[in-house]
Write a protein that binds this ligand. Structure first.
Ligand SMILES: CC(=O)N[C@@H](CCC[C@H](N)C(=O)O)C(=O)O
Length: 379
């Protein structure tokens, strides 16, 4: 039996301890323990909340390159057949952040042993799935004197084969806003609906009406999504529900469409309040900026990948924009750089309980990002 790469082993350990955003305590400790095993001469390690910032000093630095990996898991009960399943009931690394961190550690390890000319800052960032760690990390005191001049990040892509990298210049991922709507009416006996205001019926109406916004209000040549991923309401089958809560997310390609969609949501909610004689409260939770890849740097990276194919073995795909969100958009708003998809070849999509990414992608990413950074740094 061939030995596992240390970064595949690390991914498996991380996979077993998925944690919610800003509660990545065990994850942070595991990463700190792994960092402590590396040659320390060029490393400086800082923690920020549950995140970690690592500087790998270059041999003759003129620039600072940045690389970011996100850390949090999702509230999904795992249904994979993996021999190393989540040990945290109801939580799973179902968005690949376990691979993202293992790749980040592989990149630190590469440059800790054989530094490049320039400095490298590797950021292990909490809370990408929510409430968003990128924006507060950018404002963190710990980052200010290490702010990168250029930054990159990746996300696993179930639909591409291992060995594929997919990206594009300009917009890659959508603008996002979370959406929480609380409805309060009047509860009562199931047999006397005329004496109550049923918030289950109001919530059901609301879901249907919200779906008309994308179909009827957004320009069909633009793109938007409203997904309600969770509904809560009621206490028992023969009690009319006094309260209901809808939880969802809004995605748009333009900032203007986000404003339009929010305006229409508010109109729909006001209508429900009137027609059901109830109170509604909207909370937009956290909002992420679009992921906008720097056109020149992305084109250069794509060109480099094509030229370096015989060494990296990577197949480059110029992909379409996706309606996924990523708080990495905040890094890209401040620092020129790009994000790309990394093929992990698995039939189940992101946020699915059966997601089983092919771990062969870990070494592909470490090798490719390291080679690219050395090339950019001139060694
Ligand atoms: C890559 C990915 O799946 N990202 C998440 C980001 C979530 C943002 C926020 N919590 C929201 O739901 O709007 C995604 O769902 O796209």
């Amino acid at each position: 039996m061939t030995a596992l790469s240390p970064f595949v082993e690390l991914r498996r350990k991380l996979h077993q301890i998925p944690e919610p955003g800003f509660e990545e305590f065990k994850t942070q400790q595991l990463l700190l323990d792994e960092l402590a095993k590396l040659p320390q001469e060029r490393l400086t390690i800082r923690t920020w909340r549950t995140g970690i910032l690592v500087r790998i000093a270059g041999t003759n630095p003129a620039k600072r390159f940045g690389y970011r990996a996100d850390m949090d898991g999702l509230p999904i009960p795992e249904q994979t057949s993996l021999p190393f399943p989540s040990l945290h009931p109801g939580y799973m690394h179902a968005c690949g952040h376990d691979l993202h961190m293992a790749i980040g550690m592989g990149i630190v390890s590469e440059f800790a042993s054989a530094p490049m000319k320039d400095d490298l800052i590797v950021l292990f960032q909490p809370a990408e799935e929510g409430p968003g760690g990128a924006l507060p990390m950018l404002g963190a005191e710990e980052l200010q004197d290490w702010m990168p001049d250029q930054i990159a990040g990746l996300h696993i892509a179930p639909e591409y084969p291992v060995g594929t990298i997919a990206t594009k210049p300009e917009i890659l991922f959508a603008n996002t806003s979370e959406l929480f709507i609380d409805l309060t009416g009047r509860g009562g006996h199931a047999a006397f609906p005329h004496l109550a205001n049923d918030m289950i019926v109001a919530a059901a109406q609301m879901v249907g009406q919200l779906q008309t916004i994308v179909a009827r209000n957004v320009n069909p040549l633009d793109s938007a999504v409203i997904t309600i991923g969770k509904i809560e309401g009621g206490t028992k089958q023969n009690i009319i529900a006094e309260k209901a809560r809808l939880e969802g997310t809004i995605r748009t390609l333009s900032a203007q469409s986000m404003e339009l969609v929010k305006g229409r949501i508010e109109a729909v909610v006001r209508g429900i309040e009137q027609s059901f004689d109830c109170q509604a409260h909207i909370d937009y939770g956290s909002n992420y900026k679009q992921v906008y890849n720097d056109p020149a740097l992305t084109a250069e990276f794509m060109e480099w990948l094509r030229g370096d194919q015989e060494y990296t073995g990577v197949e480059l795909v110029e992909c379409p924009v996706a309606m996924t969100g990523e708080d990495f958009g905040y890094f890209l708003e401040r620092i020129p750089g790009f994000m790309f998809w990394l093929g992990v070849d698995t039939p189940y999509g992101l946020h699915h309980a059966k997601l089983e990414p092919n771990e062969g992608a870990i070494d592909v990413a470490i090798r490719t990002v390291s080679r690219y950074l050395r090339w950019k740094s001139g060694n």
